[in-house]
Design a protein around this ligand. Structure first.
Ligand SMILES: Nc1nc2c(ncn2[C@@H]2O[C@H](COP(=O)(O)OP(=O)(O)OP(=O)(O)O)[C@@H](O)[C@H]2O)c(=O)[nH]1
Ligand SMILES: [Mg+2]
Length: 303
């Protein structure tokens, strides 16, 4: 008997910090998208691939949806909605302890306007942070606000409910051949993942506005005959003062960031890594078209 395969795209959308990237990594079983406790960590769409029985689910992690101010914010929010529009199923993540916030309400309004016929499921995330009794009421309230096809209570971090969600998604995707080789886990160039790892360490380490005003680009990727890889990255900041903070006293801060990033990269790439980081002041990088294509974002003239 022939078995039917299924395949399709599942977009993870939600407010910044909802846990979208954590869920993507949990579904894929590897860290392909960076995670921090700060908002607006993810800047572009990141595809991670998971198998559920005979179904191949291509999860699309998206930047958080919020009211954009800067050009970069607008490009991020546009990338997130683009991900939702292209998906077979959208999963809206919300945080259990925050509930139906104004931000969530705005997302629901937008979903109603743009997503005629779009299949949308709800995932109430971070259930480890609330009492079970509160969940039922929250689920009811959200389902009154939007006709979700299905509701899941999950903890992306602890894994609760994630198998149920994955199984359901696998069954609901359309029949068709797999879109990627069975062993592929991400659709993102390695060099981009490597730059993201460094940006994660910078975001975790630096305060206030600084993480939002820097970007990391891969400059060189050299496979060495001994099986190791040499990676050169550039960190663009907007001011001399920022450069000083990133470097730290005697270069200590950058050194610490570099060694954390290197450790993650060695694990991810499963081979020795030599990582070289350089900080450059580039006051206008947030208004440069090329930076956006490096980040995997669309540039719109006139924005
Ligand atoms: N307690 C708890 N924390 C979680 C859970 N899932 C994610 N987190 C935490 O929530 C924070 C944000 O997680 P991310 O996965 O980066 O969130 P995101 O939605 O991708 O955020 P942006 O990329 O900024 O839009 C991190 O500190 C996670 O560890 C969960 O199930 N329970
Ligand atoms: Mg994210």
């Amino acid at each position: 008997m022939e078995t039917t395969t299924r395949a399709g795209f599942v977009a993870l959308i939600g407010e910044p910090n909802a846990g979208k990237s954590t869920l993507l990594n949990r579904m894929v079983g590897a860290k392909v998208s960076i995670v921090t406790h700060k908002v607006q960590t993810t800047r572009t769409r990141i595809r991670g691939i998971a198998m559920a029985g005979d179904a191949q689910i291509v999860f699309v992690d998206t930047p958080g949806l919020f009211r954009p101010r800067r050009r970069l914010d607008r490009a991020m929010v546009a990338a997130a909605w683009g991900g939702a529009a292209d998906a077979d199923i959208v999963v809206l993540l919300i945080e259990a302890h925050r509930g139906l916030t104004e931000g969530v309400q705005t997302i629901l309004d937008s979903l109603k306007n743009r997503a005629e016929g779009q299949r949308v499921a709800l995932a109430i995330n971070k259930i480890d942070r609330v009492k079970a009794e509160e969940l039922l009421a929250l689920s009811q309230k959200l389902n009154e606000a939007f006709p979700f096809e299905q509701t899941f209570m999950i903890s992306a971090e602890k894994g609760y409910g994630c198998d149920d969600l994955k199984e359901w998604l696998g069954k609901e995707l359309p029949e068709g051949p797999w879109l990627y080789p069975e062993d592929q886990i991400a659709d993102l160039p390695l060099r981009m993942i490597a730059a993201e790892v460094t940006r994660e360490k910078l975001t975790l380490r630096l305060h206030e506005e600084l993480p939002y005003q820097l970007t990391v680009e891969n400059e060189k990727w050299e496979e060495r005959p001994d099986g190791s890889v040499r990676i050169d990255q550039l960190i663009y900041v907007v001011r001399d003062g920022h450069k000083g903070i990133v470097l730290g006293k005697g270069g200590e801060t950058l050194k610490a960031i570099g060694s954390q990033a290197r450790a993650d990269l060695m694990e991810f790439l499963d081979r020795p890594v030599h990582l070289f980081l350089q900080v450059k002041v580039r006051p206008n990088w947030l208004e440069e078209k090329e930076r956006y294509s490096e980040m995997g974002l669309d540039w719109k003239d006139g924005d």
